[in-house]
Design a binder for this molecule. Structure first.
Ligand code: HEM
Length: 127
């Protein structure tokens, strides 16, 4: 009845498992692994912080790293539409794996799709 945030609805534990599962898939993805560091510990830690605040939880990413400026932070990497789709497909698999389902899953996926699309900074044929 109280308005709880999507962060509270998903819960810290599920969010953490989601991010770990996601980077496990990124690490194995032929289009994604080459642009990520070999050790994704720190990347996963930052992503947990980011998604916490993205979903209405405490602003822990900003407290440690400042304004997310996500598009700017992604400019060093060639993000094509195909790479954005690969990112989303890893996320969908991770959602399945941690059994994030229903409206919450659809809500989060929709928002991530918009954000992923916004990160595209390189045309397909530029690769
Ligand atoms: C960092 C790729 C979409 C959030 C990174 C890094 C790469 C990357 C290569 C650097 C990893 C590191 O050095 O630790 C991509 C690709 C995407 C994508 C290919 C496809 C569209 C997204 C989306 C979000 C996101 C949709 C948020 C919902 C982040 C965050 C970081 C990050 C929070 C850490 C930034 C920091 O260093 O503080 N991403 N990303 N990314 N990405 Fe993405």
């Amino acid at each position: 009845e109280q308005n709880i945030t999507p962060y509270e609805a998903i819960g810290e534990e599920t969010l953490s498992h989601l991010v770990d599962s996601f980077y496990g898939k990124v690490q194995k993805h032929p289009l994604l692994s080459p642009i990520f560091p070999d050790d994704l510990t720190e990347t996963a830690r930052k992503q947990k912080q980011f998604l916490t605040q993205y979903l209405g939880g405490p602003q822990i990413y900003t407290e440690e790293h400042g304004h997310p400026m996500l598009r700017a932070r992604h400019l060093p990497f060639e993000i094509t539409p195909t790479r954005a789709n690969a990112w989303i497909s890893c996320m969908k698999e991770a959602m399945k794996e941690v059994e994030l389902e229903g409206e919450l899953r659809d809500f989060l996926l929709h928002r991530l799709q918009l954000t992923a699309h916004h990160m595209v900074n390189t045309a397909e044929n530029a690769e």
